[in-house]
Write a protein of this length. Sequence first.
Length: 440
Amino acid sequence: MTAYPRILVLGASGLIGRYLTDDLRRRGFVTIGLARAFSASQRMSPLDIELPIMALDPSALAGLIRAHEIDVVVNGLGVLQDGPGSSTDAVHRDIVARLLAAFAACGRNVRFVHISIPGAAEEDHTAFATTKREAERLIAASEFPYAILRPGFVIAPTAYGGSAMVRALAALPLDLPAKDAATPFQPVAAADIAATVAWLATRPIDDETTRAVSWDLMQPQPVTLGDVIGGFRRSFGTVQWPRIALPLTVLKLGAVAGDLSSWLGWRPPIRTTAIAELRRGVRGDPQPWIAATGLTPTPLADAIGGHGASIQDKWFARLFLVKALIITSLVLFWIASGSIALFVSFPATTAILTTRGWPEGFAIPFAAITSMMDISVGVLIAFRRTAVFGLIAGIVVSLGYMAGCALLTPDLWLEPLGALVKTGPAIVLMLVALLTMDNR
C-alpha cells in the first residue's frame, strides 16, 4: 500500500463521515466522499459523489472501487430506526454483505474500516443495535483486512441528532432525570476517529497486527451523560441557570411524538430507539486502541473546546428543540383554522362576507376554497419533503389574506380580536421555520 492510499468514505454527508472526509483530505489523502445526497454547503469538492448507495449491487460497488483505485473503504452509513425510506437491516447489515462481495470481485487489496457502536452484544435490544452487531459478525467472518471502530459519544464541530440534543439541553434551562443523567457516556472527539482511520490507512495491508482489529474509541476516564451536558453548559455559560428536570412521562411522550413524526419524513433526535440507547449508555475499553495506535484520546473538556461557545453555537442549541415546537404549532394552526372555518363555523365564515355585500353564490365557494387551502398548507408543512413549499405557500397565502382584506373588507382590520393583525407575527414565525429547515 502506498504512503497515501486512496480512501472511499460511505455516508460522507453524516456527522462522522463528513468530518472524516474533510480531515483525511487535509492530511493529504485522496478521499472520495460518497453519499445519497449532499447539502449545497457540503458540495465543496469534485471528489464528493452523489449516488444511491443503497441501490448499488456488489458489481456496481466493485466497479466504483476499481474506477477510483480505492485502497481503504470506510463505512460510515447508519440510521437510528426503521421508517419511510430507511431500514436498519438494509443500512447496517445488507450493505456490508454487498461490500464484502464487492471486495471479492474488485481485484484489489482493500482494507475495510467499519464504524459501529460500543457495548456488549447481550445488551443489544433495539433493531439499531442488533443490525449493527450482525454487520460486525459478517465482517469478522470475512477474509479481508478490517478494522471495526466503535466510537463513544462523538463530539464534533457540527451536530446532528443526539449530539444536537445534548447541546440543546445544555443551552436551555432543562435537565434530564437523575437516573438518566448518571448513565455512563464516554465521549470521543471526531478528530480522534479521523486520526485512527489515517493511522490504519498507512499500515501495510499484510501487517498481521492490524489485519483484524476491533477497537472501542473513547476517553478512558469514566464520564456520565450529565458530565457531557455539564461540559457544554460551561462552554455556553449556562452553568448557574436554574433548571427544570424533565419528567419521565415527558420523555416518553416526546419519544412517541418523534416516532410519529419520523413517518412524516422528519428525523427528530428524540425517538424510542434514541431513549433506549441513551439509557443503555456508552462505555467500552479503549486501552487496546490506545496501545496499538499510540494515540492519546482527547479529554472531554478539550473535545468541547477550551473557549466559550460562539454566538452561532448558542443560537443553534437554543433553537434546536424550539424548531420542533414551531413546526408543530404551524401545522396545528393551519389545519385547525381551516377545519374550524369549514366544519364548525362555516355559516359564520360565509356571513363575514355576505354581510359586507358579497353574493352568497360567491361567498360560499370562496369560504370553502380558502378553508381547504388553509388545511392544505398545514398538511404540506407536516411532511418533511413538502415542508419548505408549505411554509412558502403559507407566507404567500397570509400576505394574500392581508392584502385582500385591505382592499375588499378593510373593516376587518379593526375587529376587536385583531385576527388580521395577528397574521403578521404568524408570517414571521413561518419565516423563522423556513430559515431553520437545513439539517446538514
